[in-house]
Design a protein around this ligand. Structure first.
Ligand code: ZN
Length: 451
């Protein structure tokens, strides 16, 4: 464990079970070892994580380290034929619709202007062919493709002709794909080369089994980050315990940023504050850890608001019995409370709705009502510093339809220019959807942009 995440262990030693410390390890995350598919593990935050041992971070991922990956991939998650989309009747043939729009223009000047506007509004409306259960990948790529700053960067990225690492190969293929997807009149591309380069690094993806979209997203972002990382390994983090929480947070972030320095970190990584409080003497200790997404639990009600999930994520938990940490003031193991708040919000906030059980044998189909409009999600109440608003706008959703036994992924994304929503079902792109179609029991990963 690195010093950053180990600070709870030193301040409030949690004993052999180590449940008192945040299960977010920094050490492994920084490793750029090839062929390890687990580098992204440590960078996620799991709402229920404190209930588990460190080894079981983030449900789905830890399973891949078990002896049972074949069970999981071969039967539990195998995709059947793509299920019919609820909006399938809305798909259109883009080849025919474009020409009619342009031919109706009155003058040449008008025509050119209209074409330019029309071009900008249709760029990126590009499907991705399914090359064998790859809808999980297609869905995530569409969400990333609609992440403005990332796509802007990739469209201008001059990749080296001969990438030196597997991660750089992935970045190279991804930027190539994004350039194609954002070329006018390209309506569908085949992400074969990207799949191949990704599988070369992450071998569990080398077959054609259905995979989990969120897990893929973490590995994928981790690869992009590693390919772009200019960070340097420095000394261990040492922070004076007498500093204010905000100062500690700032120094921890600076330290982390020196180590992990890439556009991907700039865009997607936030900072989580966890607070342990001794119920006997009131002594508190805080730790600050980076997060790449928030994995939020679902309440038992069949319908709830996203805020209810976020409340569950940050709610105070009691660590008692075997889980009791050692209080540094009391010098003995004490019942403690533990809670999370968000110290630093990322530019792009990824919220993962934990629909799948730890074992992946069951899936929750609750409807979570999430804010869909501009500046409609206020994350302020979850921030470490009270009384501030922090507005986010939804721009993409990765939907999982079906059960654990057979399912299908699609993406619903907001076009950056037209601001219209479209569904991307592998190679099919729907015509624009109304905002009422966005909330459904299929919503699995939500992508928000800070307003
Ligand atoms: Zn105490």
């Amino acid at each position: 464990m690195s010093s950053a995440s180990n600070r709870h262990a030193t301040v409030l030693n949690s004993g052999p079970s180590n449940t008192g410390s945040l299960p977010l390890k920094s050490s492994k995350h920084y490793a750029q070892a090839e062929d390890t598919t687990f580098t992204a593990l440590s960078s996620s935050v799991d709402g229920d994580a404190s209930k588990k041992k460190i080894a079981s971070i983030s449900g789905g991922l830890s399973e891949t380290m078990d002896e049972t990956p074949s069970v999981r991939t071969s039967s539990a998650l195998r995709s059947t034929l793509p299920t019919a989309s609820p909006t399938s009747s809305r798909y259109w043939d883009r080849d025919t619709s474009r020409s009619s729009l342009i031919s109706s223009s009155a003058s040449h000047a008008d025509e050119n202007k209209k074409t330019a506007v029309n071009d900008e509004e249709t760029e990126g409306l590009c499907g991705l062919k399914n090359i064998g259960n790859t809808c999980f990948m297609n869905s995530v790529i569409q969400c990333l493709s609609h992440t403005n700053e990332l796509t802007k960067f990739l469209r201008n990225y001059n990749a080296t002709k001969s990438p030196t690492s597997k991660d750089q190969q992935i970045l190279y293929e991804f930027s190539k794909l994004i350039k194609e997807m954002w070329t006018n009149n390209v309506h569908s591309v085949t992400p074969m080369e990207l799949k191949r380069s990704f599988s070369a690094k992450h071998r569990m993806y080398s077959d054609y089994n259905q995979q989990d979209a969120q897990e893929f997203l973490r590995f994928f972002l981790d690869s992009l980050h590693c390919a772009l990382n200019t960070g340097v390994k420095g000394e261990a983090l040492k922070i004076d315990d007498n500093l204010s929480d905000n100062k500690k947070a700032e120094l921890t972030w600076e330290w982390y940023s020196r180590l992990e320095n890439s556009l991907i970190r700039d865009l997607f990584v936030g900072q989580l504050k966890s607070t342990l409080r001794c119920t006997t003497c009131g002594n508190t200790s805080v730790t600050f850890d980076p997060f790449w997404d928030l994995s939020v639990p679902l309440p038992s009600s069949s319908r709830c608001k996203l805020e209810a999930c976020l409340d569950l994520f940050i709610r105070e938990e009691v660590l008692d019995g075997d889980e009791m940490p050692t209080c540094s003031k009391c010098q003995t193991r004490r019942k403690c409370t533990k809670s999370f708040t968000i110290q630093r919000f990322p530019k792009y906030l990824v919220i993962h709705l934990k629909r799948f059980s730890e074992t992946r044998w069951s899936k929750l189909s609750n409807i979570v009502e999430f804010p869909t409009g501009e500046r409609e999600l206020n994350m302020g109440p979850y921030g470490a510093n009270a009384n501030s608003n922090m507005y986010f706008s939804l721009y993409a959703i990765s939907n999982h339809m079906g059960s654990t036994a057979g399912g299908h992924y699609v993406a619903i994304c907001k076009h950056p220019v037209s601001k219209k929503w479209h569904e991307f079902n592998d190679n099919l792109v729907s015509e624009s959807l109304s905002e009422h179609h966005l909330v459904s029991s299929s919503a699995y990963i939500l992508f928000y942009e800070r307003a």
